[in-house]
Design a protein around this ligand. Structure first.
Ligand code: NAD
Ligand code: UGA
Length: 458
């Protein structure tokens, strides 16, 4: 039996360890966190995060070989392999503020590991980290007086929220980076052996530490870049009469380009794209690669522009003012099938419309609690309404901000009847049937498409 520990029971730590425990019944998997409420929630009927398929996987192993605990120190002492999955947000103070990764939680964890260890261990970087973090980790861990040896492995996580369980059950690849030393390679093998319980061996890739750390940042940067690229094209579509869905389909059929991540939207959100690109930008600047830094920074600038362009379109189409108008925002989560609202474009749009003094009603099937927290002081100016029909009643406009499937099948005839006229709908996810909405009577504005409006002046 191997004692596997994961420090950090968040969106990554909880689901990944549940999947490992379910496939490795011979091993003991413990997930620890300093957040007691989170640990309690993992052991309750209401898991701390909403993720399709997660309940079943957790239930299959909880209490058998999957355990959650707040006792970090004791579990460090007992572990053979420690995954570290703590948060690595963007630093908001001092050198590198607004760009560099804030590694304070990371370093605290490393010190805690060395202080509480009585045996040598494998320590796995699961969090997303700047390239060469393992070097610092190694120094902190291996300068100990007890003669203990720690091998550092990089095993970045590629799961996407909303499809986390599916992504982990059938990953495109598992990446494991380690040192080219005998103990380093033994440690790599130990991690390969865990995943080999359910991942085909040819999908488990091993590299050196730095390639593994950098591949994670690069993968997120490439994905975000595709979204910003198609969003840049969407702006041009709106000026020229081209339809971004048709352009996206046409270019995506080229195998060299591929069809994924070409869906124009109100912008990308989520806890990682922005932070990881900023981190990449900071690293490039640190190494004196200013042109490379500028190149990647543009991906974020385009995303900010897309979100604010959406708001400007709303205001200008609604006769240049939304002050005092009730606007229903459909969706708070940064994408469908998650309750996560971190960096959600929906909240950016919400804040910008509040600045314009609109009366905002926010609806979402799973993310209203997180939205209330993430909006902070602005939350008191927002009405939170779980029912989309009630949210739209007496509204001047609806904006679709999250691609929840249930928003496609609503009774838009009934919704139209309940709204103030002329009624506007802004589809920030291009998920609705725009022609049908237009025939119902809506003025329809979609991303990257010509607007479908009714002549308001006779
Ligand atoms: P999260 O904020 O949901 O969870 C991190 C957890 O670590 C928190 O519950 C926090 O209380 C805990 N923690 C912090 N310091 C601790 C300490 N000293 N001891 C014990 N617990 C501690 O973050 P997340 O979304 O799970 O992301 C974790 C890492 O994984 C980040 O580096 C992120 O970039 C990366 N990642 C995230 C995703 C994702 O979809 N969210 C996907 C791939 C990679
Ligand atoms: C992303 C990556 O897809 C994961 O591989 C990675 O592990 C993770 O970041 C991370 O490091 O945290 P995630 O942020 O959960 O996963 O979700 P995505 O599916 O990548 O979507 C990100 C954002 O881009 C969402 O707001 C989504 O709506 C938007 N998006 C995505 C588009 O606007 N258009 C697209 O075509 C695709």
């Amino acid at each position: 039996m191997t004692n596997i520990l994961c420090i950090g029971a968040g969106y990554v730590g909880g689901p990944t360890m549940a999947v490992i425990a379910s496939h490795c019944p011979q091993d003991r998997v413990v997930v620890v966190d300093i957040n007691e409420a989170r640990i309690n929630a993992w052991q309750s009927d209401h898991l701390p995060i909403y993720e399709p398929g997660l309940d079943e996987v957790v239930r299959s192993a909880l209490g058998r070989n999957l355990f959650f605990s707040t006792d970090v120190n004791r579990n460090i002492a007992e572990a053979d392999i420690i995954f570290v999955s703590v948060n690595t947000p963007t630093k908001n103070f001092g050198q590198g503020a607004g760009r560099a990764a804030d590694l304070q939680y990371w370093e605290k964890t490393a010190r805690q590991i060395v202080e509480n260890s009585t045996s040598s261990k494998v320590v796995v970087e699961k969090s997303t980290l700047p390239v060469r973090t393992a070097e610092a980790m190694e120094q902190i861990l291996n300068y100990n007086s007890a003669g203990l040896h720690f091998d550092i492995i990089s095993n970045p996580e590629f799961l996407a929220e909303g499809t986390a369980i599916q992504d982990m059950q059938h990953p495109d690849r598992v990446l494991i980076g380690g040192k080219d030393s005998p103990t380093g390679q033994k440690a790599v093998q130990a991690i390969v052996d865990i995943y080999a319980h359910w991942v085909p061996r040819d999908r488990i890739i091993t590299t050196n530490l730095w390639s593994s750390e950098l591949s994670k940042l690069a993968a997120n940067a490439f994905l975000a870049q595709r979204v910003s690229s198609i969003n840049a094209i969407s702006a041009l579509c709106e000026k020229t009469g081209a339809d971004v869905n048709e352009v996206s389909h046409a270019i995506g059929l080229d195998n060299r380009i591929g069809r994924h991540f070409l869906k124009a939207s109100v912008g990308f959100g989520g806890s990682c794209f922005r932070k990881d690109i900023l981190n990449l930008v900071y690293l490039c600047e640190y190494y004196g690669l200013s042109e490379v830094a500028t190149y990647w920074e543009q991906v974020i600038k385009m995303n900010d522009h897309q979100q604010m362009r959406f708001v400007s379109n709303m205001v200008s189409s609604m006769f240049n003012t939304v002050a005092g108008k009730r606007i229903a925002l459909f969706g708070a989560a940064f994408k469908a099938n998650t309750s996560d609202t971190r960096e959600s474009p929906a909240l950016a749009v919400c804040r910008a419309l509040l600045e314009e003094r609109a009366n905002i009603v926010l609806t979402d099937p799973h993310a209203l609690d997180n939205a209330r927290t993430d909006l902070g002081g602005a939350a008191k100016m927002v009405c939170f309404e779980p029912d989309p029909y009630a949210a739209a009643k007496d509204a001047h406009a609806i904006a679709i901000l999250t691609d929840w499937a249930q928003y496609v099948d609503l009774d838009y005839e009934a919704i139209y009847k309940s709204m103030v006229k002329p009624a506007f709908i802004f589809d920030g996810r291009n998920i609705l049937d725009h022609k049908k909405l237009h025939s119902i009577g809506f003025n329809v504005y979609a991303i990257g498409k010509p607007p479908l409006t009714h002549n308001q002046v006779s």
